[in-house]
Design a protein around this ligand. Structure first.
Ligand SMILES: *Cc1c(COP(=O)(O)O)cnc(C)c1O
Ligand SMILES: *[C@@H]1O[C@H](CO)[C@@H](O)[C@H](O)[C@H]1NC(C)=O
Ligand SMILES: CC(=O)N[C@H]1CO[C@H](CO)[C@@H](O)[C@@H]1O
Length: 478
């Protein structure tokens, strides 16, 4: 057990982790930074505001989103350096609630949708069709209707391009081409050829049209055959935070823009890494944008064409603006070798799947159940945090770098009934979870405004909704 001498120290640790741009560091230093956390404030919640979120949602767990953090991230993206114009698209799969979509729309941020269903959800949230772009692994059956409404489609495979061409043959219909440029997350290193669950480019990734098919004339021949107009080249490889890698990706992607002189925009996708924990780097958009701008200017000097830049962040826009607020509903211990003290939450993989799926490490803060800063105290304890599912994989504290293993964290000593905050839960949490596993209903969502006031934006799902689509069959079938 370790006791922190001052809560101020913890506060400074946290504030530097949120402003980020820290150098890359080893897993062990991330682990030790995690073990220093005993704060009275998480990224944007205090014991008081966290308790208010639980209150307005009628109990926990509840996802809280900070309008201030969302706005900060939106403004940073809108300031992305560019030579001849910029469109920022929010990759809505990161967090698809309509309030979040509407907020970004109010900031003139457009939408990147990953399925036909996401397109319809965005339209029903009031997003103009013209401001939605679709890049999907599964072209919806009704894509023609969507295109007629004004949706922009990026063909993500040869067969998608063929289907698109057949539907719009001879009309000169505009289309985008998503290319897999042959490199992937982590850039031009050996990791780009290895499979990883977060890799979206390179030979081990199925996303986009493989680059040689553009270079060998296959794709240009299909475009020609159907008389399509290629207006946009799209790549999304998760390039990380290294400016030199962004430069290489931009140059490589611009080479595909040379194939068609009708191309007006290059979309470089998302994948801007966010450091959720102390010691993890956050992408400096100003820094990676500089060499990208240079590449666009060189392209213009060479070809006389001034291309617009599009970027498509998901994680960057929402990750740090969201937190899962849970209650510690049980505390157990084992003894002997390999034993631990476990905190059991009233949430789990049903709400935040990233630790189970990727071994992702989220910052964790324990607040007193009273919701009062004065009750924080200074006692800490080494614990393993688990979710509420009857599933050993429902683990919130995997070992950094070893997703199959668990690790302890030094946290404020928790009692049953205390509030536990998992920060960095804005992206791929409410939208991506093992929803309804063990029949736990979907958690509600609240938006915390600039004055710290909580507004309910989604109610807790009633149990009946979990099974409402089941169909009763005649007992004679049994
Ligand atoms: C998921 C996705 C993004 C966003 O990725 P992040 O890593 O969340 O920034 C952008 N573009 C496309 C096509 C995507 O599928
Ligand atoms: C998102 O929030 C809105 C309230 O702004 C709510 O009406 C809606 O049901 C939520 N949508 C989803 C799918 O969670
Ligand atoms: C149809 C429509 O409303 N399109 C809007 C898309 O977004 C831009 C702002 O970025 C608006 O100017 C358009 O009017």
């Amino acid at each position: 057990m370790r006791v922190l001498s001052s809560a101020l120290l913890a506060l400074s640790v946290l504030s530097s982790s949120t402003s980020a741009f820290a150098p890359t560091s080893s897993r062990s230093s991330i682990q030790s930074a995690l073990n220093m956390a005993n704060p009275v404030k998480s990224v944007f919640l205090t014991p008081e505001t966290a308790a208010a979120c639980v209150d307005i949602a009628g109990g926990s767990p509840v996802y809280a989103y900070s309008l201030e953090k969302l706005e900060e991230a939106a403004d940073a993206c809108l300031a992305f350096p560019n030579a001849y114009g910029l469109t920022v698209r929010y990759a809505m799969k990161a967090c698809p609630n309509s309030s979040i979509l509407k907020f970004f729309n109010s900031k003139n941020i457009h939408i990147d949708a990953s399925s036909g269903y996401e397109v319809k959800r965005a339209i029903s949230a009031g997003i103009p069709a013209e401001n939605i772009s679709l890049s999907t692994q599964e072209l919806p059956a009704d894509f023609v209707d969507l295109v007629k409404k004004g949706i922009k489609v990026n063909a993500c495979s040869v067969s998608q391009l063929e289907r698109f061409g057949e539907a719009f043959a001879g009309t000169g219909q505009k289309v985008g081409i998503r290319v897999n440029p042959g490199v992937g997350s982590g850039g031009f290193s050996k990791s780009t050829t290895a499979f990883s669950k977060t890799n979206v480019g390179g030979p081990s990734s199925s996303f986009g049209i493989w680059n040689t098919l553009l270079e060998d004339g296959t794709v240009p021949a299909i475009v020609e055959k159907y008389g399509l107009t290629v207006e946009r080249i799209h790549t999304h490889i998760g390039s990380g935070s290294e400016p030199s890698i962004w430069q290489q990706v931009a140059v490589k992607s611009l080479s595909f823009c040379k194939i068609w002189d009708t191309v007006e925009a290059l979309n470089l996708g998302g994948g801007y890494k966010v450091g959720r924990n102390e010691g993890e780097p956050t992408t400096d958009l100003q820094e990676i944008g500089k060499p990208v701008t240079e590449a666009f200017k060189e392209f213009a000097a060479e070809t006389g064409r001034e291309l617009k830049l599009e970027i498509e962040p998901g994680t960057y826009l929402v990750a740090m603006g969201g937190a899962l607020v849970s209650t510690v509903q049980d505390k157990v211990f084992t003894t002997g070798e390999g034993s631990h003290t476990f905190l059991k939450l009233d949430s789990g993989m049903t709400d935040v799947l990233r630790p189970s799926l990727y071994g992702a490490i989220h910052p964790i803060t324990v607040f007193p159940g009273s919701g009062k800063t004065e009750d924080v105290g200074s006692e800490t304890e080494d614990v393993v945090v688990v979710g509420h599912c009857c599933e050993s994989g429902d683990l919130m504290t995997p070992k950094p770098g070893e997703p199959e293993d668990l690790s302890e964290r030094t946290l404020r000593k928790a009692e049953i009934g205390d509030i536990l905050i998992m920060d960095g839960s804005g992206a791929y949490c409410a939208g991506m979870s093992t929803k309804n596993y063990n029949s736990f209903p979907e958690a509600p969502e609240v938006l915390v405004d600039r004055e710290g006031k909580a507004h309910l934006i989604r109610q807790r799902q009633p149990l009946e909704q979990v099974y409402q689509n089941e169909v009763t069959i005649a007992e004679s079938v049994f």
